[in-house]
Write a protein that binds this ligand. Structure first.
Ligand SMILES: [Cu+2]
Length: 166
């Protein structure tokens, strides 16, 4: 019995060491949590910068299989705009705006840029001039001034006409 008690007594120093290890572990855990929270805050803080505000003078557009992304670009009247178009497909495409004399040819995988000024207010369609591509969905709208985005309603043409008349 005495020896057993002595053994128990002799274990107390070990028990005192053990809580110190726990404290170190908790401290490291809290440090990791703090770092994760800081990283999350950093990522969250970066997200608003990726959005394209109306006053932006450069817009990146992806020419994909049957689409342009974004398909609506909004700028102010008289604003100079640089559009950087990247063709992410293995076909030829164009980025064309008839009213603004914009016609950029895009080889497969190519990235081209075009700078122009939209002097007049309105909604201008940009599209791919390769046969069949416009009908396949390769079009979008450059909204200049006070725009009504086609995506905001299901019948853009009728609504636009009514708004113009009234
Ligand atoms: Cu195309």
């Amino acid at each position: 019995m005495m020896r057993t008690k002595n053994k128990i007594v002799s274990q107390k120093p070990l028990e005192e060491v053990f809580p110190i290890n726990i404290n170190n572990f908790v401290w490291q855990y809290l440090l990791i949590v703090a770092l994760v929270l800081m990283l999350a805050g950093f990522i969250t803080g970066c997200e608003p910068e990726e959005a394209v505000p109306p006053e932006e003078t450069e817009v990146n557009v992806t020419a994909g299989e049957g689409y342009f992304d974004p398909d609506v670009i909004t700028i102010d009247q008289g604003q100079e705009l640089t559009v950087v178009v990247e063709n992410v497909t293995e076909e030829d495409h164009t980025f064309t705006i008839d009213e603004l004399d914009v016609d950029v040819s895009l080889a497969p995988g190519a990235q081209e840029e075009v700078t122009f000024t939209a002097a007049e207010e309105g909604s201008f369609e940009f599209y791919c001039d390769e046969p069949g591509h416009r009908d396949a969905g390769m079009y979008g709208y450059l909204e200049v001034g006070d725009p009504v985005a086609p995506d905001d309603n299901d019948e853009p043409y009728d609504d636009d006409d009514n708004n113009g008349v009234y």
